[in-house]
Design a protein around this ligand. Structure first.
Ligand code: ADP
Length: 503
């Protein structure tokens, strides 16, 4: 009887369970979307209880599709949307508030106060210790917001009655029994996105916790990304399966793309876009708008760090065209419509819906559509939306090139949007470098499976994983340098129009 690794990918739009075999090929999978709640402008929430139910459904769905029994699963790896924050009651297992999603900007005033309290450092106040600027994106301020806005929550948190987790922590606690002995832990990559962890020591930083207003009693234990943490409980549907890998989604994609050497990196096109480049065993600080973060830590080996360019809105702009404007019915239709026209017709969309992340970090920016004339159609807007994804990534690549000894020579891509060939070709054109997609584009799920499989001896070493990587498709630039420069200059003009919008 063959055995397999199961991976749960708890993403921003959906939860997937994917079963992998020894070659890194997908054996079976199941997926379920969850509701997005937008109670006010700038607020984004998920129902953590719904996500847990979906997780159980997709686990049994993936096993059923592959006609597999739990006994055939050697280990479980978990990867997750990062920073999204849930606080729950330890004794009932009920979340005390909806999960506050990474894109949510409700903590802006707290972030402003924290920056103003140290005027010299401003938003760089905790950068030295955490590698991150002060921004609404990260979990720490979201925890403080929940504790300050749910009646009695702060006192209960201080009394040790409440637990905080990102989605990995929430799922591990539930999978291991919840109120009946669930374990409360996270991995270094997820912890590195809270604004509360020391990058060098991989411990919670008590001064920063106190400054942001997070009682240490709510925080999970920080563990490596690859080790046997605990076994799944009977209630999980896969009793006895060891949970042996946890990685934030972007870190998982870095592992899934086998970026194990310094200088290797990947760009993931999902709800947002995230480019990570492995920088080796030392954290590299950056003043080009890139974050310093963990790539991964396997067991008791030295941690590996990365530089990251985070873009908040890429795939979610396509969702917005679908759900808010109604000009497409499905995400793939964005490509059909873009192909109806020869170019963008002069239109640019800069989707600064949560302000602008990398490389600008401008919270007061808001989205714009510019260059409109009577000529512009919905087809042009679809093309402009896809182009905005590539333009934003081009600016991150530029920041990476300015920070690295050598310019990027090709871009490894993955994520839900990379099936869009029009986008991939435009990405190659606007970068002037080749864009390469692996055979398995579910690199996020694959990376978590790799972490779990390394911990349990299913894979012997990272070189076994590197030899699993196979090229699936490649796009070469066809745009000439002058046209590229002109388009980039126009894009920058459009970005200018988003700035200083929120007073
Ligand atoms: P996440 O892991 O962040 O939930 P995924 O990697 O699953 O995201 O990618 C989903 C995103 O990709 C959605 O925002 C969706 O709008 C977008 N998307 C999916 N298919 C296409 C397509 N063919 N063209 C453009 N965008 C797409």
């Amino acid at each position: 009887m063959s055995d397999y690794i199961l991976s749960i990918d708890q993403g921003t739009t959906s939860t997937r369970a994917v079963v992998f075999d020894h070659s890194g090929a997908i054996v079976s999978s199941a997926q379920k979307e969850h509701d997005q709640h937008f109670p006010q402008a700038g607020w984004v929430e998920h129902d953590a209880a719904e996500i847990w139910v979906n997780t159980q459904e997709v686990i049994s769905g993936a096993l059923a599709e592959g006609e597999l029994a739990a006994e055939q699963i050697t280990a479980l790896g978990i990867t997750n949307q990062r920073e999204t924050t849930v606080v729950w009651d330890k004794s009932t297992g009920e979340p005390i508030y909806r999960a506050v999603v990474w894109q949510d900007t409700r903590t802006q005033s707290l972030v402003d106060e924290l920056a103003a309290a140290d005027a010299a450092a401003g938003t760089d106040r905790f950068k030295e210790q955490t590698g991150l600027p002060l921004a609404t994106y990260f979990s720490g301020p979201k925890i403080a917001w929940i504790l300050d806005h749910v009646d009695g929550a702060r006192e209960r948190a201080e009394a040790g009655e409440l637990l905080f987790g990102t989605m990995d922590t929430w799922l591990v606690w539930n999978l291991t029994g919840g109120t009946e002995g669930g374990v409360h832990l996270t991995d270094v990559t997820n912890a590195s996105r809270t604004l509360l962890m020391n990058l060098e020591t991989l411990d919670w930083n008590p001064e920063i916790c106190a400054a942001i207003g997070v009682p240490e009693a709510v925080l999970p234990q920080i563990r490596s990304s690859s080790e046997t943490y605990a076994e799944c409980a009977a209630s999980s549907g896969i009793p006895g399966v060891p949970i042996a890998g946890i990685l934030g989604d972007q870190h998982a994609a870095t592992v899934g793309q086998a970026c194990f050497e310094p200088g290797q990196g990947k760009n993931t096109y999902g709800t947002g876009n995230f480019m990570l480049i492995n920088t080796g065993h030392e954290p590299v600080h950056n003043d080009q708008g890139l974050l310093t973060t963990l790539a991964y830590q396997f067991g008791d080996q030295a941690p590996v760090y990365a530089l990251e360019g985070s873009i908040a809105v890429t795939g979610s702009l396509i969702q917005w065209l679908r759900d808010n404007l109604g000009i497409i019915r499905t995400a793939p239709e964005s490509e059909d419509r873009a192909k109806n026209v020869k170019d963008h017709g002069g239109a640019y969309i800069v989707p600064a819906f949560s302000g602008l992340f990398a490389p600008y970090w401008r919270p007061e920016a808001r989205g714009v559509v510019v260059g409109l004339t009577r000529y512009v159609t919905a087809d042009h807007l679809c093309r402009a939306a896809l182009e905005s994804v590539a333009f934003q990534s081009a600016e991150v690549v530029e920041a990476m090139n300015a920070s690295a000894p050598e310019d990027l020579t090709e871009l490894k891509v993955d994520g839900g949007m990379v099936v869009n060939e029009t986008l991939m070709q435009f990405q190659a054109d606007i970068l002037g470098v080749e864009v390469v997609r692996p055979e398995v584009i579910e690199t996020t799920a694959l990376g978590a499976a790799y972490a779990a499989g390394l911990a349990t001896g299913y894979w012997s070493s990272t070189s076994a994983l590197t030899s699993n990587w196979r090229e699936g498709a490649r796009w070469s630039p066809t745009m000439d340098a002058a046209a590229r420069a002109e388009r980039l200059a126009e894009w920058r003009k459009a970005v200018e129009r988003t700035l200083n919008w929120v007073e």
